[in-house]
Design a protein around this ligand. Structure first.
Ligand code: FES
Length: 80
């Protein structure tokens, strides 16, 4: 049976955008296209997730990654 990709939900609401969400999205894209993550994740852009003060925010694996912390996100991705 083919394994399904896990979703990464990234907020592109106005507050997250003003805190650098677009740059963060590009960094996430580069990360999930690296050899060991390729084909395992799908990036989904969302509207406000009501955590604006912690933006940019991402939800992966039912965990919230705050403040555009790419290192924390990579740790979550590696738990898969
Ligand atoms: S704008 Fe991203 S959580 Fe509100």
């Amino acid at each position: 049976m083919k394994k399904r990709r896990k979703f990464i939900f990234v907020c592109l609401g106005s507050d997250c955008k003003s805190n650098g969400a677009k740059t963060f999205v590009e960094a996430i894209k580069e990360t999930i296209n690296e050899k060991h993550f390729r084909g395992k994740f799908k990036l989904v852009k969302t509207k406000c997730m009501d955590c604006c003060k912690s933006g940019p925010v991402v939800v992966v694996n039912d965990h919230l990654v705050k403040n555009g912390d790419l290192n924390q996100l990579v740790k979550e991705l590696e738990m898969e």
